[in-house]
Design a protein around this ligand. Structure first.
Ligand SMILES: [Zn+2]
Length: 172
């Protein structure tokens, strides 16, 4: 018995050393271990041209942000571009729900933006006023879809919708 115990212990030590020596640390950084309550869950397009603006949202006083960064942002909640299935809707809504469950998030922000590649990819390269109209309609239906999904799970966060263009952020 003793022999078995020692060999199991030795095995674990050797395994631990093996795992460590076959990995190379390429960055040193101390991340905070403490859990947090999120101020907001943001559904944002991954278009890097708007990452700077995303950083500016700290001005609203957000300290802890759960970020869902996907192509098209809130467009995915409208079912557009998901080829007739609702995987995109469910994926994004599920991410928001996880934020609420894990971090007690009271506020969800949904974003779409002008000149979005996700819209172009599905043949909607609209411009000018009709683009703004389309984006506003999508924000409305994305909000309704998310509200319905979360209500079924008995979550009732505040949901705000924003249109982004190259001049800034517009509440809709
Ligand atoms: Zn985009």
């Amino acid at each position: 018995m003793m022999v078995d115990f020692v060999s199991a212990l030795e095995y674990n030590i050797i395994r631990h050393i093996e795992l460590r020596i076959t990995m190379k640390q390429v960055l040193k950084f101390k991340s905070k271990k403490k859990h947090y309550k999120a101020d907001v869950c943001l559904v944002w397009c991954f278009d890097d041209r708007f990452t700077g603006l995303l950083g500016e949202l700290n001005k609203f006083g957000f300290k802890n942000v759960d970020l869902v960064k996907v192509a098209g942002g809130a467009m995915g909640l409208t079912g557009r571009g998901s080829a007739g299935n609702d995987n995109a809707i469910n994926y994004i809504a599920d991410q928001v729900e996880k934020s609420i469950k894990l971090h007690g998030t009271p506020l969800v922000i949904l974003m779409v933006h002008t000149d979005c590649g996700a819209y172009k990819a599905i043949g909607l390269p609209v411009k000018g006023e009709s683009e703004v109209e389309l984006l506003r309609e999508d924000l409305k239906s994305a909000k309704e879809e998310l509200f319905r999904y979360l209500a079924r799970k008995e979550h009732w966060p505040m949901i705000k919708t924003y249109l982004v263009d190259f001049e800034g952020l517009w509440e809709v």
